[in-house]
Design a protein around this ligand. Structure first.
Ligand code: NAD
Ligand code: IPM
Ligand code: MN
Length: 353
């Protein structure tokens, strides 16, 4: 029995997680595994009712699960930062989920807005517990004309090294040949000097893997001009956040972007890259494929490789057949796309035997 904590969260988080669960329940039948799903109510409604974001007892409970499947949080009725810090970042930090793994993969050439690109297949390893996200800083003379606001960027040798090492290990494990470091060492001459030194050192342990480097501004340019040249990309927290929305957009948009918040060997948390999308919530048009691909990443992490691979194939199939939501140019509703993936999964599983 595989124990999965489920946090649908807010807005389209709830809508897309329902479709992900539908697919996982089909996997139970096909792959002869069983999942014990336990749902938690954390999110805006719960916060507005109780004042509670994510209590410490829940974090302790999550440690006894095999994985956490998360939708999205964020609500216009709640001040920005309250739920983001109180729930999402608290999960990442308390469980020490130091890797944010975000694939950028083109499932069909028609999905990219970039002319003439056939193959885009890179994966971001975003450092996930430090940098500008560490929450260090404060105000001085807040609310006065002399106000000072400081947000500190934390980079530890330990934190940088484990992220960089993960990137090389991931490349090795998945047969990828190159790891690219993205930083801003030309300006952040202390923080990213550390990144450069650690990257150079760690790369010595992987002589078979090629290395490459871009400053983050040039990377933004290069991801549009030649996205096909990248394989594994390792980068600090904030740059990883920004570049993976860009990455999502060049392969079809946020509706397709999956992610895993990982601490190897411990309970890890899987969520689509997108947020709660208040602009489309409740309309039944959210694309559930990001959440479904996220379920696939989760199963891969849990060692269910065949199931993970088959979900990905089923997603590729529904895209091929244009059984998709309006963001991808289709006319299906969220739940219809979920149904189409389940159907494709059945057919493909049958075909492969
Ligand atoms: P967003 O990702 O929610 O939406 C950005 C745009 O992409 C919107 O136009 C939205 O309609 C579209 N979009 C996103 N996902 C989609 C999908 N599955 N199908 C179709 N269209 C989709 O980002 P935002 O609007 O900047 O943020 C909204 C709220 O979500 C904020 O409160 C923010 O803090 C929060 N947020 C949460 C997470 C998370 O929980 N992991 C991630 C990002 C943003
Ligand atoms: C993401 C989101 C989060 C981040 C926010 C909501 C805290 O944008 O998962 O990409 O910045 O990491
Ligand atoms: Mn983001």
């Amino acid at each position: 029995m595989i124990k999965i904590a489920v946090i649908p969260g807010d807005g389209i988080g709830k809508e897309v997680v329902a479709e992900g669960l539908k697919v996982l329940k089909k996997i139970e039948q096909l792959a002869n595994v069983s999942f014990d799903f336990q749902e938690y109510p954390f999110g805006a409604d719960h916060y507005l009712k109780t004042g509670e974001t994510l209590p410490d007892w829940a974090i302790e409970e999550f440690r006894n699960f095999d994985a956490i499947y998360f939708g999205a949080i964020g609500d216009p009725r709640v001040k920005p930062g309250v739920l983001e810090h109180g729930i999402l970042l608290k999960l990442r930090f308390s469980l020490d989920l130091y890797i944010n793994l975000r694939p950028v993969k083109l499932y069909h050439p028609r999905l990219t807005p970039i002319k003439g690109k056939e193959k885009i297949d890179m994966i971001f390893v975003r450092e996930n517990t430090e940098g500008l996200y560490a929450g260090a800083g404060g105000f001085l003379r807040r609310g006065t004309p002399q106000e000072v606001a400081i947000q500190e960027m934390i980079n530890t040798r330990y934190g940088v090294e484990r992220a960089v090492r993960f990137a090389f290990e991931y490349a090795k494990k998945t047969g990828r040949k190159k790891v690219t470091l993205v930083d801003k060492a030309n300006v952040l001459t202390y923080a990213h000097d550390l990144w450069q030194r650690v990257f150079a050192e760690v790369s010595n342990d992987y002589p078979e893997i090629e290395t490459d480097h871009y400053y983050v501004d040039a990377m933004a340019m290069k991801m549009i001009r030649s996205p096909e040249i990248f394989e594994v990309v390792v980068t600090p927290n904030m740059f990883g956040d920004i570049l993976t929305d860009l990455g999502a957009e060049i392969v079809g948009g946020l509706g397709l972007a999956a992610s895993g918040n990982i601490h190897p060997g411990r309970v890890s948390m899987f969520e689509p890259v997108h947020g709660s999308a208040p602009d489309i919530a409740g309309k039944g048009i959210a694309n559930p494929l990001a959440a479904i691909l996220t379920a696939s990443l989760m199963l891969e992490h849990l060692g269910l490789d065949k199931a993970a691979h088959m979900i990905e194939k089923a997603v590729a199939r529904v895209i091929e057949e244009n059984k998709v939501t309006p963001d991808l140019g289709g006319s299906l509703k969220t739940n219809e796309v979920g149904d189409a993936v389940v159907e494709a999964l059945e057919v493909l599983w049958d075909e492969e035997g």
